[in-house]
Design a protein around this ligand. Structure first.
Ligand SMILES: C[S@@+](CC[C@H](N)C(=O)[O-])C[C@H]1O[C@@H](n2cnc3c(N)ncnc32)[C@H](O)[C@@H]1O
Length: 194
C-alpha cells in the first residue's frame, strides 16, 4: 500500500490530477482543510468511527508546500482538538510521542508502530482491545467493528482502502487535492479486484 509521507525516502506522486470530490458507491473523498472550519463537514455525520494518522509537527512544512498553503502545527492540533470535543463517537489517532502533548488527553493511549516507527494510538470514547502491531492491523481490527470510517487527514487513503476491501464504507478528506486525485485514480481498481 502506498501512503502519503513527508519523508524524503517515500515517493510523492507529483503528477496526479488535483481533485475536489470523488464518490465511489456509498463512500466519498474530498478536499477539506480541517483548520478552515470548527467542525467536520456534514458528510462525516454518516461515520460511526473516526480514525486518522495526522501529520506530525515535523512534516507540516512539507505537506503545506504540496498543498500550496501555509499552516502551523499548533493550529492543526487545535482543529483536531475541536473535532475530538465535538464528535461523540469512537476516535482513534496515530500520533507522534512528542506531538501527543498538544492533543486532548485520550481515554486510552497504547504503544504501536507506523511504518516501523514507534507511535502512539490515542483512543477517545472507546475501550480498545484489538491488535497493536501497527497502523494497518489497527484499521483492519476497526473495520470488523464499525461500518463507516471517517479520516480527516487521509493522504492516499489507506484507512478507506482497508474498510472498502472489507465491504465497509468511508468518508475521507485531505487539504491536498492531489491526495484526492490519487484515491480517484486507484480506488475503482480496488473494487474490481474484489
Ligand atoms: C501522515 S499523512 C496521512 C497518511 C495516510 N494515512 C495515507 O494513507 O497516506 C498526513 C496527512 O495530513 C494531511 N494534512 C496536513 N494538514 C492538514 C490539514 N490542515 N487539513 C487536512 N489535511 C491535512 C497531509 O496532506 C497528509 O496527507
Amino acid at each position: 500500500m502506498k501512503y502519503h509521507s513527508a519523508l524524503k525516502s517515500i515517493k510523492y506522486f507529483e503528477s496526479l490530477e488535483e481533485t475536489n470530490y470523488f464518490k465511489i458507491k456509498d463512500s466519498v473523498a474530498f478536499h477539506h482543510d480541517v483548520i478552515n472550519s470548527d467542525s467536520l463537514p456534514k458528510e462525516y455525520d454518516n461515520c460511526d468511527v473516526l480514525y486518522s494518522e495526522p501529520s506530525w509537527s515535523g512534516g507540516i512544512k512539507k505537506f503545506d508546500t504540496r498543498a500550496n498553503t501555509k499552516t502551523t502545527y499548533d493550529s492543526y492540533a487545535n482543529a483536531i482538538n475541536n473535532i475530538i470535543e465535538k464528535k461523540n463517537i469512537p476516535i482513534f489517532l496515530i500520533v507522534g510521542v512528542k506531538d501527543s502533548k498538544k492533543l486532548i488527553k485520550p481515554d486510552e493511549c497504547h504503544e504501536t508502530k507506523i511504518h516501523n516507527a514507534p507511535a502512539r494510538l490515542n483512543v477517545y470514547n472507546w475501550n480498545y482491545k484489538g491488535s497493536l502491531k501497527n497502523n494497518y492491523s489497527i484499521i483492519n481490527h476497526l473495520s470488523n467493528y464499525f461500518n463507516c470510517v471517517g479520516d480527516f487527514s487521509c493522504g492516499y487513503g489507506n484507512t478507506g482502502e482497508i474498510f472498502l476491501r472489507n465491504n465497509k464504507s468511508f468518508v475521507m478528506s485531505d487539504y491536498n487535492k492531489k491526495c484526492i486525485g490519487y484515491i480517484k485514480k486507484n480506488f475503482h481498481e480496488i473494487l474490481q479486484q474484489k
